[in-house]
Write a protein that binds this ligand. Structure first.
Ligand SMILES: [Ca+2]
Length: 206
């Protein structure tokens, strides 16, 4: 179950959600909210930061990972990552646009325009954004990565602009942290398995 939380001002909640007195959008089907009622309380509930060993594979400031950067072309990214991409055609019926979604086995995914609809990224299309997903195991100089606790990202970047809350069967936790995409964003999805306080994806900005 995922619930949307917003900082001030009080949000216009998405359909199916309703704001409580603290401006937290709660899913109407989830019943009483039993977590902290403020952003600070929710962030304080995160386990203390346990960072990964410092590395040089993720560069959040440059939005680069293993030498591939957001806003690079497919050719540039595939060359940096070893040339083992898999791409599939995706039709976005909301925007009437066609994309090629590409992934690399080490755990990097992104999307490109595919206006000629051949399932191959268009030559001049730029990646936006880059996602790191399992089994990606690299880390930044600050020890940020998929095995770092979500609290480490708060330590590095401060309180996020947005949080999506998740419920682990007992408590509500900040499961997705978004800093308006001017730095990396992190999140957890239920499909990734039991919630363990680490992200299941990292998004490098567009
Ligand atoms: Ca194409």
């Amino acid at each position: 179950m995922i619930v949307l939380l917003a900082c001030a001002p009080p949000p216009d909640c998405m359909e199916g959600y309703a704001a409580n007195a603290d401006g937290i959008c709660l899913a109407e089907t989830t019943g009483p909210f039993s977590g902290g009622s403020s952003v600070d309380e929710l962030l304080d509930a995160l386990p203390p930061c346990e960072a990964m060993e410092a590395g040089d594979r993720i560069d959040p400031d440059a939005a680069c990972v293993d030498g591939a950067c957001a806003n690079n072309t497919f050719t540039e990214i595939d060359a940096a990552l070893g040339g083992d991409a898999s791409c599939i055609r995706r039709f976005d019926d909301q925007h009437l646009d066609v994309h090629a979604d590409c992934s690399w086995p080490r755990g990097i995914t992104t999307s490109f325009s595919d206006y000629d609809d051949d399932g191959v990224p268009d030559a001049d299309s730029l990646a936006s954004p880059l996602y790191l997903v399992p089994p990606y195991d690299g880390a930044s100089q600050d020890g940020l990565g998929l095995e770092a606790g979500l609290g480490c990202f708060v330590d590095a970047y401060g309180p996020p602009e947005w949080m999506y809350l998740v419920h682990d069967g007992e408590h509500w936790w900040p499961g997705t942290l978004v800093w308006n995409s001017d730095t990396l964003d992190v999140g957890w999805t239920p499909e990734s398995g039991p919630w363990d306080g680490t992200p299941s994806w990292i998004r490098m900005p567009e």
